[in-house]
Design a protein around this ligand. Structure first.
Ligand code: ADP
Ligand code: MG
Length: 620
């Protein structure tokens, strides 16, 4: 409990104690003025801030909120001589507020716990000496020392030492990961066993930690439709309720023999009951809880609106390379055309050395030798096809069959299964075909299960889009159990296919690694990015980021979203039903003020407890 919450609790308890004491004293025998003065003490102890808040808002003009309702209701109760009532009403209201702030604090804390990945300092090795600096002062390419028990401050590559890292804060997976020289590691992981030296590969601002923090800070800004519904609702609701209350007062005073004081009292009860705080509080709280639950599983949802969209998803579209497959190809064959195989690989690796496409990285890795980048001139990525590179002042093309057709190279497809990387160059007499390299990718081990699980979670159709050739696409699709696939697509065609699906009124999630599918990620109802631990484009364009690239997290995200939305709906229906019932009873004079407020706080507490359930990750 925070200091402020403890203070509120003390105020509530002391005010309640005074009420009990007053109950046994003969206060009723005193003059009215003294009665008011005496009861004002517990009333102000518990409610002074509400009254002040209401007055402040009256000055600013936009005052039709719950504090205002509470103030006129309780002052009204005082005016008609119901002194203990007025204090009791304020008491219940503050109790509800206290509950709310504790619940919100709890869910903030659970996100903060997951966010407790922020390194406070970094130890840099400069001129052989250890210097302790702020992580933001470390430059790219410097070596930092990470001692056991400390957080990795910046993304980088291990240069010496080996250790075990806990990446749970990033990925939600509790299994530690072994790293040694050459391993890529991410800021926010915790070094468990022994000291390692890490060469930084990014600046702190672009490191995983900084990006996650930024994401989460922004995530609660984007409001879900149901939250907007509440705001809009309150806007119309409050004036309507005030008008109804006036009508009730007028109706009772004119058409019954209740007298003016009782009529006003009836109207006031109606006002107090009408306060929609259960809704206003519990809906955002549920979304907050859902986002928290997801982040604890390494699923970052960038806003409650995306959680809402996820719950409705019926179609999931996958990119192939790097998403369903690992994106690390092994070279199966090199088929040169009248040149040396080594030279062919050399050229391909040199051309690919600046690209971050999985095909490129694999070819560079397979080549394995030193790359003499002084031979390399301009490189132009031709997305979905390959690239054009100037090597030794000559124009080379490296890419798929589509690219070869474009440059009218005299190429042929390979009889071997796999992704074929063709190489050609410009000569004075047109394109000269130099041969091709056949590479193959592996499925991620859990792709097949993840897709089956998505179907179990209620997703109706799973589709695969790829820029790769038909043979590879067909094989991968059948191996993981996807029935609809489209091959040979350029990035723009992927957007067209997705729009086709959206046009059929489907709710579509697209899952990609962000490498030349950023437009598709943006266009889908929910863009889910793999490779959060790598590609900036993905993190930017996506609505949901899977920190550990594991596909089973998608079904999990859908389950969390559905559960959250179910809780939101339960709360809306439940509190509106109770509200309307109590309002009718209050207007008819069947229930009094105390019951009304008690009912209200009761609903609020139940709704809050219900929303807290959203923080727990649902089981399968
Ligand atoms: P996917 O849809 O499977 O993720 P992309 O759209 O990224 O694939 O690329 C489609 C195809 O374009 C690849 O299968 C490959 O044949 C070719 N390609 C793309 N980039 C490169 C590159 N840098 N080098 C060689 N070929 C490439
Ligand atoms: Mg791709």
């Amino acid at each position: 409990m925070s200091k402020k919450q403890r203070k509120t609790l003390i105020r509530i308890l002391s005010s309640a104690a005074l009420l009990v004491v007053f109950h046994f004293l003969p206060i009723e025998d005193l003059h009215r003025v003294f009665q008011v003065l005496i009861y004002l003490i517990p009333y102000l102890i518990v409610g002074y801030d509400v009254v002040l808040g209401a007055f402040k808002k009256i000055k600013s003009g936009d005052f039709l909120d719950e504090e205002f309702l509470m103030m006129i209701a309780t002052i009204g109760a005082m005016a008609i001589g119901d002194y203990p009532e007025a204090t009791a009403v304020m008491l219940f209201y503050q109790l509800g507020e206290l509950f709310q702030s504790i619940a919100v604090g709890k869910s903030r804390k659970s996100i903060a716990a997951m966010m407790d990945i922020c390194p406070d300092e970094a130890i840099v090795l400069r001129d052989g000496k250890e210097e302790v600096v702020d992580p933001s002062e470390v430059k790219v390419g410097e070596t930092v020392l990470v001692k056991p028990g400390e957080k990795v401050p910046i993304d980088g590559i291990v240069v010496s030492g080996s250790s075990t890292l806990n990446t749970a804060a990033l990925t939600g997976e509790s299994l530690p990961v072994d790293v040694s020289a050459g391993s890529k590691i991410y800021s926010g992981s915790i070094n468990l066993t022994s000291a390692i030296q890490v060469m930084t590969t990014t600046a702190y601002e672009n490191s995983t930690v900084a990006r996650i923090l930024e994401l989460v800070e922004n995530s609660t800004d984007k409001k879900a439709r149901s939250e907007k519904f509440i705001t809009r609702f309150a806007h119309y609701y409050t004036p309507i309720v005030v008008i109804l209350a006036v009508l009730i007062v007028a109706g009772c005073a004119l058409f019954t023999d209740m007298g003016i004081a009782k009529s006003i009292y009836r109207g006031l009860i109606f006002l107090v009951v009408s306060c929609p705080c259960a809704l206003v509080v519990s809906v955002p709280l549920s979304f907050f809880g859902g986002i928290g639950a997801a982040s604890r599983r390494g699923i970052l949802v960038k806003g409650s609106n995306y959680l809402e969209a996820l719950a409705d998803i019926d179609t999931v579209v996958f990119d192939k390379t790097g998403t369903i497959t690992r994106g690390s190809f092994a070279v199966d064959a090199v088929h040169p055309n009248e040149i040396d195989a080594d030279i062919l690989i050399d050229i391909a690796a040199l051309a690919e050395s600046r690209s971050h496409h999985p095909v490129a990285e694999s070819i560079v890795a397979a080549h394995g030798k030193h790359i003499d980048s002084s031979r390399l001139g301009d490189v132009e990525e031709l997305s979905g096809r390959g690239l054009r590179a100037v090597i030794d002042n000559m124009n080379y093309y490296v890419g798929n069959g589509k690219l070869m057709e474009e440059i009218h190279a005299d190429f042929h497809e390979c009889h071997l299964p796999g992704t074929v990387v063709h190489v050609a160059r410009d000569t004075s007499s047109g394109s000269e075909y130099l041969g091709h390299i056949v590479i193959n990718d592996e499925l991620k081990p859990d792709s097949k299960d993840a897709i089956a699980d998505l179907r179990r979670a209620g997703v109706k159709e799973v589709v695969m889009l790829t820029g790769d050739n038909e043979n590879v696409a067909k094989k991968v699709a059948s191996e993981v159990g996807i029935d609809t696939y489209f091959a040979g697509l350029l990035p723009a065609h992927k957007v067209d296919k997705l729009e086709g699906l959206l046009g059929e009124n489907r709710h579509v999630a697209f899952v990609g690694d962000g490498i030349n599918d950023a437009p598709v990620l943006t266009r889908a109802d929910v863009g889910i990015a793999m490779g959060a631990l790598g590609s900036d484009a993905a993190i930017e364009a996506a609505d949901v980021v899977l920190m550990d690239d594991r596909l089973p997290k998608i079904a999990e995200a859908v389950r969390i979203a559905r559960k959250t939305l179910r809780i939101v709906k339960e709360n809306i229906i439940f509190s509106l039903l109770v509200k309307v019932a109590v309002m009718v009873l209050g207007a008819l004079g069947i229930v009094g003020m105390r019951f009304a407020v008690f009912g209200d706080v009761g609903v609020l507490i139940l709704a809050i407890l219900n929303s807290v359930r959203a923080m727990r990750v649902p089981k399968k």
